[in-house]
Design a protein around this ligand. Structure first.
Ligand code: BTN
Length: 319
């Protein structure tokens, strides 16, 4: 039995005696205590230890269930993993296997090397947030246009349907509530974008995260915003349904079908911003986005457009 199965036993939030846990794991009661301390520190989980009762997690974990997800999404090929390095990395490996059915989704309870944009690490503690990769086949280069913006809309719609009504988009694809990040998107491409290729759409949503180590920016979570824990299977299912729906529309009509919705959800529409690309900084006012998903800025009275994965947008402090 793996150490993570200890967390599965405790996921219900009830008391479990050291003896019961030790028997399930085939280890001594003192070894149980040591492992629990390690797990609770590693995954930032609050654990209560009460003499005569045993151990319980302060908050139950809503764990992923392949059965529940497959029942809601019967035609989707899907994998649910306990711990992976990165669901995006795993999806890219799967794409290299012959005859893998597309689209497919990979979800994990935790990631040891979750990837963020611009080479950053995505903190991924066990059972608290959503880590999901969705792999699709792209037949035409036009399907890549503004793809990450369209994915942002799917995530926004999913969050809204779980009560996060004030979620906004930050170009190109961050999702924020009151200035705090609630979800992020990382698209990774495999193959030749000028020909048939595959895209792995990686999405991380802070679902029931209340406490975390190592996140280097202001963050929030669904539970922090709404005040109650979210059923992660339900959130994942709605997200996958929304993704399927927006991707089908995007394939058919392009970003034009989403342009208005995207700009309406854009937090910094009309704001004075600073765009950073490496050592270069450009100050301007946000006019909106083009049909390719590029950012339109008014710079010194002239409209300019910007696109690319390495750009960072910040609000200008003097605005
Ligand atoms: C960002 O920096 O905002 C993008 C974060 C994307 C994180 C998700 S979690 C699931 C998928 N697997 C990864 O390794 N990264 C993405």
């Amino acid at each position: 039995m793996s150490i993570l199965q200890l967390l599965r036993l405790l996921a219900d939030g009830r008391f479990h005696s050291g003896e019961e846990l030790g028997t399930a794991l085939g280890i001594s009661r003192s070894a149980v205590w040591k492992r629990l301390q390690q797990l609770s520190a590693e995954h930032v989980l609050a654990l209560h230890k009460v003499r005569g009762k045993g151990y319980r997690l302060e908050q139950p974990l809503s764990l992923l269930s392949v059965g529940e997800l497959s029942a809601r999404l019967p035609s989707l090929t899907l994998w649910v993993e306990d711990c992976v390095d990165s669901t995006n990395a795993m999806a890219l490996k799967k794409l290299a296997e012959p005859a893998v059915a597309l689209p497919f989704a990979i979800l994990a309870e935790s990631q040891s090397a979750g990837r963020g944009r611009r080479g950053r690490h995505w903190v991924s503690p066990y059972g608290q947030s959503l880590y999901l990769s969705y792999a699709i086949r792209v037949e035409r280069a036009a399907q890549l246009q503004a793809l990450s913006l369209v994915v942002g809309l799917a995530v926004r719609r999913a969050l809204q349907s779980f009560g996060v009504s004030n979620v906004g988009l930050k170009w190109p694809n961050d999702l924020l509530v009151s200035g705090c990040k609630i979800a992020g998107i990382l698209l990774e491409l495999s193959g030749d974008p000028a020909d048939v290729c595959h895209v792995v759409i990686g999405i991380g949503i802070n679902a029931n995260l209340l406490d975390a180590n190592g996140i280097d920016q202001a963050w929030t979570s669904v539970q922090r915003v709404t005040g109650c824990p979210v059923d992660r299977n339900a959130l994942a299912a709605v997200l996958l349904e929304q993704l399927d729906c927006v991707l089908a529309e995007h394939r058919e009509h392009g970003f034009a079908a989403f342009h208005e919705e995207w700009e309406a959800g854009h937090l910094w529409q009309g704001c004075e911003v600073r765009l950073t690309s490496g050592v270069h900084e450009i100050d301007g006012r946000v006019l909106g986005v083009t049909l390719d998903g590029a950012l339109r800025l008014l710079v010194d009275g002239v409209e300019r457009t910007y696109s690319g994965g390495e750009l960072t947008l910040r609000l200008r402090h003097d605005s």
